[in-house]
Design a protein around this ligand. Sequence first.
Ligand SMILES: *Cc1c(COP(=O)(O)O)cnc(C)c1O
Length: 487
Amino acid sequence: MQFSEQPADILARLEELRAADAPTHGGHVLSYVYDSGLAELDELAAAAIRAVQPVNGLDPTTFTSVAVMEGEVVGFARELLGGDSEVVGSVTTGGTESCLLAVKTARDLWASTGSTTERPRLLAPVTVHAAFQKAAHYFGLTLDLVPVGPDGRVDADTLIARLGPDVALVVVSAPSYPHAALDPIEAVAAAAAERGIPCHVDACIGGWVLPFWSGLPAWDFRVPGVTSISADLHKFGYAPKGVSVLLQRGRDRQRAQFFATTQWPGYPVVNPTMLGSKSAGALAAGWAITHALGRDGLAALAESCERSTRALIELVGSIEGLRVVGSPVGPLLAVATDAAAPADRQVDPHHWADQVRAHGWLLQLQPGLAQSDGSVLPHTTHLTITPVTEGVLPELSAALVAAADEVRGVPAVSAADVLGALPGLPDGPLDSETAYALLAGLGLGTGEGALPERMAPVLALVGALPAPLTERLLTELIARVVEPRVE
Ligand SMILES: *Cc1c(COP(=O)(O)O)cnc(C)c1O
């Protein structure tokens, strides 16, 4: 076969493209990537992916390796998360799919009880991962998001007071992504169980690391009333992207997760997860990594994360004008302005993140949020700490301190600042051209290199515009980013 381009050239181009990515190793990106710092693990994962490259994960009876690996991963996770032999589960392609399936399962079980209310309700603290908003949207549930306190933690009684016969599922997090808050799982699960309502613990980020964290109350299947848990292998299981587990207490519950049909003239379709044909690559990588690390390896990596997290909590607490939000549980934290400092000594967390970026470290900006009770969660900057952080802690700490010194006293970007740049707010749905023109007017065109160096004004925009408009503009931005480039 005469190829139209040579493999070596194609790979050289890919290498060039990869060089422009944010660095996936070395600890300079404090979100998105979960670096064990162990090169052998990356090699092992790559070899495992290659070994199953042609396999179709759709059918574990034809490709029996998939059945064995999935059973072993679920078995490992079940033991880690305090489940007995009544806990069963599936490997999914990621946290979002695990969360979607937890909600789909609960919705179908709720519908099967013959409730008369038209729409079931999905109840959770407002800090619950956006994947649950997506689930409610996809599967037709009414979202009921309960406000949290200034520490990012929901009050158990407030959440419990909203339980009712139309609630198909209550979700709590271990911990929440925005503030690393550990929700009051025991109290909520007990109250839910009393009313026959299932309770999902979203441990997507905590599932593979909290089992080794010191001083925590019970939060997993050891808690009566917890009916399902999601836990991502591609976070603190250190697997490449594309692998998570969803565990469910009780086979009968889990069977509602499946979709099956024989009502078409093709092969019988029996899918526990959302995809049909699927890669077995990330499963094989996650499987190989759990075998290589075992409990002890995971524990050692978690201990490194815990040491680094404690050091960073202390460091941020010592920086004048900044504060850590609440009491983070697990290797992540949110940083806000210390409003108790005099205005000219305060540090805006978004200016800080932009300045830290100029020092070569990427933090994640999080918008503020007005809650349904009128209280406002301030805008913050997020850090996820991984095992590789420990080796770069001195340089990282120096950058965090220096950046704060450089932006101390600079006021946050105000709504007026960003809205002044807009010709006037359109109302009604936007077509793609209008949305793009608005973005360009805000300096957010998507030509080569056009994405902004500083994200604080972009986040200010998120806070200043009505949510549906921002959501439409960001949709336009991301859609344009991947459009074929016309020279
Ligand atoms: C990451 C995360 C998710 C979603 O997982 P993806 O793998 O990004 O789809 C859900 N919940 C929490 C708490 C998370 O941290």
